[in-house]
Design a protein around this ligand. Structure first.
Ligand code: G1P
Length: 295
């Protein structure tokens, strides 16, 4: 069955980025010339997604506005003959069919995904965490979809991390009795553990915010008790799912940045700017000038 829906949880407070995120949703902080969340939605559209479900909260209205038509702004740009910007703002509004659901209480990532149950319906769907930006030649979600088509299993996007980093991620438990595929990039799983320390980590493969899940996950989420930090963890529900249905990990090929933190956001800006035909030379020149100033 084709994956046409992506669920994007965006209800969180963005505390790692305060005070920048006091009044501005972290998802709208720009990476060079576009808000961070637009990159995830462009990745979704490039992967064939037709419908995005935003699980949102009361302070996040500006995200919906960004993807809506702004008639006043368009009228002004038209009057001024600013066709380039008119095209850019219209393209954002036309990008994808957007559905918004309010998460009234923030009880964890699993709870946020459960809120989308009725809107998703009885079909497999994608989950994308827009803090995780992945840049590469092929959209990461499209790589997960390839693995889904080949295996008909739920798929978790993973990357390798250092032992000192396992406590920040869901860590997958590979089933070594089953063969891998795609030159070892698609790996059958026994389960997944939320944020284990190095001594308890079943592997060095960390789940990064891209998932393809069957609709059965909603039943498992409903039964999932509060886990780490008192939250309903998506990881715990996926672990239960893996006991009854195949779940695989897909090692994606792009580079991932955590743009929910200032450090990851800065690095993502550099990545995008250095690749840009206009801003690339500007950044290289600016770095050289700053180095000279500091020596
Ligand atoms: C969430 C998930 C975790 C995953 C991570 C990826 O954690 O719970 O399993 O590895 O996203 O970014 P969070 O970063 O929200 O604490």
């Amino acid at each position: 069955m084709k994956i046409r829906t992506a669920v994007l949880p965006v209800a969180g407070w963005g505390t790692r980025f305060l005070p920048a995120t006091k009044a501005v949703p972290k998802e709208l902080l720009p990476i060079v010339d576009r808000p961070a969340i637009q990159y995830a939605i462009e990745e979704a559209v490039a992967s064939g997604i037709e419908r995005v479900i935003l699980v949102t909260s009361e302070h996040k209205r500006a995200i919906e506005d960004h993807f809506d038509i702004s008639a006043d702004l368009e009228a002004i740009l038209e009057q001024r003959g600013d066709i380039e910007h008119l095209r850019a703002v219209r393209a954002v509004a036309d990008m994808v069919h957007l559905v918004t659901i309010r998460q009234k209480e923030q009880l964890g990532l699993g709870h946020a995904v459960l809120m989308a149950r009725d809107a998703v319906g009885h079909e497999p769907f994608a989950v994308m965490l827009p803090d995780d930006l992945i840049f590469g030649a092929t959209p990461a979600l499209a790589e997960l979809m390839e693995a889904y088509v080949a295996t008909q299993a739920s798929v978790l996007g993973v990357m390798r991390v250092a032992p000192s980093e396992t406590h920040r991620y869901g860590i997958v438990d590979p089933d070594t009795t089953l063969p891998t595929s795609d030159q070892g990039r698609t790996i059958p799983l026994r389960g997944v553990v939320e944020k284990p320390d190095a001594a308890h980590a079943p592997s060095a493969l960390a789940v990064v915010g891209r998932y393809i899940l069957g609709p059965k996950i909603f039943e498992r989420l409903e039964q999932t008790p509060h886990g780490l930090n008192g939250e309903i963890q998506l990881t715990d529900a996926i672990h239960t799912l893996a006991q009854e249905q195949p779940v695989v990990a897909r090692h994606f090929s792009g580079t991932r940045y955590d743009v929910g933190s200032p450090e990851g956001w800065l690095r993502a800006n550099l990545h995008v700017a250095l690749d840009h035909p206009v801003y690339g030379p500007v950044v290289r020149g600016a770095v050289a000038a700053e180095n000279e100033r500091l020596t």
